[in-house]
Design a protein around this ligand. Structure first.
Ligand code: ACO
Length: 431
């Protein structure tokens, strides 16, 4: 980031002779940034930005989003090109290292990932402590956090090699744990990973195979799953990534930080939205009920939202949603699903919402979750696993962002301030 700016910002505190002028900072692309670090010291006032909609909390070289144009770049490469030409493991290398790998580098990277796919046998006993009806996100959150109790040789965040090993372990073990959480919830035996399969293929294998018979993963579905993973791999400083960074800024170990990210992802305003979309479509039930549902969405007192629509950053079509829409049709075709009532409902809902003044004026477009739920459902993945899948994909983004932060010289603990609106100081007195 360069500070030798063309341009600066001056803020003057009304009614005082205090003012501050700071140069604008520039990224490679994107809006300039007004550095507010000295505002409190020089002016004695805080800045206020709940939800951080206008605040850059860090500088990062990993992912760029232009929400108005509907652009998403990983390390400079457009998501559309990566979804078409690359694959999840190559994208993982790119996110972690900043450049696409050579053939040799890719071979070594793949080897390092597959060597870590199994989990410590003792970790299996953790699962038995959860109720059978536990949400797999609850299990994932707990078991990923527990990795720090098993892998003591990769907890020293000041050691570059240990950070690297933790990255491989997380990338390799999260799918295994996610699949185990699923198998546990349906009462089937855990399936060990197979290192001869691709990343997405192995994940589908661990989800669907049973020891009693041979199971072959459909290559089209493996490709679709790989694409879903690519599309969800990173997304700049979203709520879960910011949570990972905030937890990491305290020096917490990587497994604890990723568990914090998983917890933040779970919410329906974030990664839980794909599950919420399916629930919503089920509740609407039929195309005829859409107008009633849309009226409810527009009524602010109803608390009903059109799930899978809207985004904090994208005020145009989410580029991931476009790719997801195409993948959705591919998967349904492959599976021979001609009439999928939920898809018909989703398409009708999308059409109405894209034409309706309420959504148009607020720039509310379908986001990635609007379609991913339908694809996953068609692939036979149960709704309560949707957010888990998102977590599997996002782990590499979280780890990349965590590593970038730890490796940043002068990294400090994240510590926002507040406007205090409680009681002023008062003396203790019993009521
Ligand atoms: N349905 C109906 N109205 C909506 C929706 C929606 N899905 N999203 C936003 N709005 C309305 C708001 O009520 C607000 O209206 P107002 O100006 O009349 O008060 C206006 O649009 C602006 O919305 P904000 O709440 O300011 O948008 P914000 O950036 O805070 O929220 C969010 C973004 C959380 C994603 C929101 O759009 C939402 O809840 N969408 C549904 C959940 C969802 O799909 N989340 C997935 C996000 S993508 C991801 O995590 C992968």
């Amino acid at each position: 980031m360069s500070e030798n700016a063309k341009g600066s910002v001056t803020v003057t505190l009304d009614g005082s002779n205090k003012s501050i002028t700071t140069p604008l900072m520039h990224g490679t692309i994107g809006p300039d940034v007004f550095d507010i670090r000295k505002v409190y010291n020089e002016l004695g006032v805080f800045t206020f930005d709940p939800g951080y909609g206008g605040t850059a909390a860090c500088d990062s070289k990993i992912t760029y989003i232009d929400g108005d144009q509907g652009i998403l770049l990983y390390r400079g490469y457009p998501i559309e090109q990566l979804a078409e030409k690359s694959n999840f493991l190559e994208v993982s290398y790119l996110l972690l290292h900043g450049e696409l790998p050579t053939t040799e580098q890719m071979k070594e990277f793949e080897h390092n990932v597959v060597m870590h796919t199994m989990v410590h046998e003792q970790l299996r006993s953790f699962f038995g402590g959860f109720r059978r009806d536990a949400h797999p996100m609850a299990i994932l959150c707990g078991v990923v956090g527990a990795l720090s109790a098993f892998y003591h040789d990769s907890l020293d965040i000041t050691d570059e090699r240990q950070r690297e090993i933790a990255a491989f372990r997380l990338l390799a073990k999260v799918p295994t744990i996610a699949a185990m959480a699923y198998k546990y919830s349906i009462g089937q035996p855990f399936v060990y990973p197979r290192n001869d399969l691709g990343y997405a293929e192995n994940f589908l294998y661990m989800l669907n195979a049973v020891p009693a018979e041979e199971y072959k993963v459909n290559p089209i579905l493996a490709r679709a799953m790989d694409r879903i993973l690519v599309l969800h791999a990173d997304h700049e400083q979203n709520a879960s990534t910011s949570t990972v960074r905030l937890a990491g800024s305290t020096g917490a170990n990587p497994y604890a930080c990723i568990a914090a990210g998983i917890a933040a992802l779970w919410g329906p305003a974030h990664g839980g939205a794909n599950e919420a979309v399916l629930k919503m479509l089920g509740e609407i039930g039929h195309v005829d009920n859409i107008p009633d549902f849309i009226s409810k969405v527009k009524d602010k007192n109803s608390g009903v939202k059109l799930m899978g629509f809207g985004h904090r950053v994208y005020k145009n079509f989410d580029p991931r949603a476009k790719i997801m829409q195409a993948t959705c049709h591919e998967v349904l075709r492959e599976l021979g699903i001609k009439d999928e009532p939920l898809l018909d409902l989703a398409v009708a809902l999308e059409k109405i919402a894209l034409e309706d003044e309420y959504f148009v004026s607020r720039k509310l477009y379908p986001n990635v979750d609007f379609y991913s739920g339908i694809i996953l459902k068609a692939m036979g993945i149960p709704t309560h696993m949707f957010t888990v899948l998102f977590a599997v994909a996002r782990t590499v983004g979280w780890v990349s962002q965590w590593k970038e932060m730890i490796e940043e010289p002068g990294q400090r603990i994240g510590r926002p301030r507040q406007i205090y609106t409680g009681s002023p100081a008062r003396d203790y007195a019993k009521p």
